[in-house]
Design a protein around this ligand. Structure first.
Ligand code: ATP
Length: 584
């Protein structure tokens, strides 16, 4: 029997978007299971499973708990919007959605009846544009957390009277797993900018496709190549070792004769899946590697906690983690472009040599050693933090320069049949602090040096020309309507959509699909996905300003059949004129 969950979905949606706190919704365990792929990741949602009855609890109590745990996200102060003009001419809209479809066999909310309900087989409906009759369900993702099930705040907790801000920096300590099996399904803790990642045990809910990428063949693991001291070291040794000194292998020479050593300086960043640390060379060899950024993978609790061993969560998590890791490393090894972060080396060759590095390591040792990716260091940090620090006041020449480099990086990826799928402000790294970049403006080297590096290839994919993707992944504010709809999508065009979101955000100092500055409380309570699906964005600060950049936003934050691809963005006046001045 097919379960009808539409009523429950509506209730959860209302509850999740309610600013006033706790609400309980009772439903059968199967209904909950059915919803998990959609809703488990809602920041305010917790699922309490009982034997025959489940409840979902949403509310501010959970938010508060998590907010107390998470460091504050950088706040980007907004300008006054009191006299803003409202411009709609450049936008197109979907027609208002018809009322939600009522399916036969609707669930009864009555508790007593719920208790009677026995297991009902789940059915999977893959929506297409033909049969989508309601707006897509708001989605966030719940990546797997080594810290367990704590939930983080998510943006719709904003109170109506709060100043606008691009605040959606990741929640520290809320790691994700992404990219695995092209469906990246891990659960339990979410980041503030979320990925649309269903939980691992709910893959029947979601379009799950195995990777169709033509991955570069990775040579099979040769045990001899791993230095003895690493191949049989336990995790404590690695941890102590990693605290102070890092031993790494340059990608070109994965043998013991070429090991390099670095000393830890400090932590410089944190993602959902990794800690990023600055190290300085102890060998004084290659100047490029004097200072390096080390991306240390955070292993989810499901693979580190021995009590999970042998459980479906363990197996699922392990394979997704492994898939994500090998994908990111496999792609990074191939890339060589000024505006893209470089992978210089690795702390253990097995991570780049084996197709199943984690399983191989676990076969030798019960605990996983750290995985440290040795990467180029960008001393300016990420663009979101930089913009936040300067209160969103970037000169247009600088916006033009940074965005042009980003477009060139994405063009390089697309030319090489790679889609990024997680383009966002946090993944754009500045090679130098913003003030240094500004000071360099009139220097002769300004046009010969790249100022950004694109990072975080955990969700990228190598694709065949014309291939469509099905994995619903990305970050909530940057995700395109077709991904929200769950239909197969062209990854090139979802990348250019994200470029539109990025450019708009830098220009307007706000994310395009946040509630508008003059929003009514009803608008404020609407999910971001609702506005995305309706292409509901407007110019505010720049409503009356003529700017070449605006045509890029207008032609990317639009329907996929009208959306510019990367070549068209490169042909725009804003990008083309800047590109012509660059010499790298
Ligand atoms: N090479 C680098 N140089 C300087 N800072 C970096 C570098 N790489 C990453 N960072 C910092 O660390 C943060 C997290 O890095 P990254 O996005 O690669 O991790 P992640 O775990 O994949 O994150 P996410 O949660 O977005 O998937 C970045 O936003 C940035 O601030």
């Amino acid at each position: 029997m097919k379960i009808n969950t539409s009523k429950l979905i509506r209730k959860v949606t209302e509850s999740c978007s309610s600013p006033n706190g706790l609400k309980k919704i009772w439903a059968s365990p199967d209904s909950i299971d059915h919803l998990k792929g959609e809703y488990f990741s809602f920041g305010k949602l917790r699922i309490l499973k009982q034997k025959r009855l489940s409840s979902m609890v949403t509310g501010t109590d959970l938010k508060k708990q998590e907010m107390a745990k998470s460091p504050k996200a950088p706040v980007l102060v907004q300008k006054e919007f009191a006299n803003l003009q409202y411009s709609t001419s450049q936008n197109d809209y979907l027609k208002p959605p018809p009322p939600p479809v009522t399916e036969a066999g609707e669930e009864n909310e009555d508790d007593s009846q719920q208790q009677q309900e026995e297991t009902t087989p789940l059915s999977l409906t893959i929506p297409t544009f033909d049969n989508v009759q309601t707006l897509p369900t708001p989605m966030t993702y719940t990546p797997l957390s080594p810290a367990g099930l704590s939930l983080s705040p998510i943006k719709d907790q904003k109170q109506p009277d709060q100043p606008l801000q691009i605040k959606k920096k990741r929640a520290h300590g809320s790691p994700r797993i992404g990219g695995g099996l092209d469906s990246v399904l891990l659960e339990s803790q979410q980041r503030v900018i979320s990925e649309l990642i269903p939980a691992p045990s709910f893959q029947q809910q979601r379009v799950v496709s195995l990777p169709t990428v033509n991955e570069e063949p990775i040579p099979s693991f040769e045990p001899d190549i791993i230095p003895k001291e690493f191949a049989h070291t336990n995790i404590d040794t690695f941890d102590n070792h990693a605290e102070s000194t890092l031993v790494g292998y340059p990608l070109q020479h994965l043998d013991k004769a070429h090991v390099l050593r670095w000393k830890k300086v400090k932590k410089i960043g944190e993602g959902n899946f990794s800690d990023v640390l600055l190290y300085e060379s102890l060998d004084q060899t290659d100047p490029k590697m004097m200072q390096i950024a080390v991306k240390r993978i955070k292993y989810p609790v499901e693979v580190t906690d021995i009590t999970f061993r042998g459980t479906p969560q363990y197996n699922d998590t392990l394979s997704r983690l492994e898939s994500s890791l090998t994908r990111e490393l496999g792609v990074l090894k191939l890339l060589d472009y000024p505006c893209i972060v470089k992978l210089y080396g690795i702390n253990n060759p097995i991570f780049v040599q084996s197709k199943t590095p984690l399983r191989d390591l676990l076969a030798k040792n019960p605990a996983l050693p750290p995985c440290d990716m040795i990467m180029s260091y960008c001393s300016g940090g990420d663009l979101l933090a930089a913009i936040s620090r300067c209160l969103g006041e970037l000169d247009i020449w600088l916006i033009q320069r940074l965005f042009t480099e980003l477009v060139m990086a994405v063009n390089y990826l697309h030319d090489n049949n790679i889609i990024h799928r997680d383009l966002k402000l946090e993944n754009i790294l500045l090679k130098y602090p913003l003030e240094h970049i500004i000071a360099l403006k009139d220097s002769p080297v300004f046009t010969s040096l790249n100022m950004i590096e694109l990072a975080d290839f955990g969700l990228c994919k190598q694709i065949q020309p014309g291939e469509l993707c099905t994995a619903r992944c990305g970050s909530e504010d940057y995700v395109s309507p077709e991904i929200l709809m769950g239909v197969p999508y062209d990854g090139h065009l979802t990348d250019t959509w994200a470029l539109g979101v990025i450019l708009y955000s830098i220009l307007e100092d706000r994310l395009p699909f946040d509630p508008p500055p003059n929003a009514t409380s009803r608008q404020r309570n609407r999910a971001t996905s609702h506005r995305i699906a309706r292409f509901d964005w407007h110019w505010f600060r720049l409503a009356n300003t003529e700017l070449d950049a605006k045509e890029i936003v207008a032609n990317t934050l639009t329907r996929k059949n009208q959306r510019w691809d990367i070549k068209q963005i490169m042909e725009s006046i804003f990008v083309k004129t800047e590109m012509e001045s660059l010499t790298f």
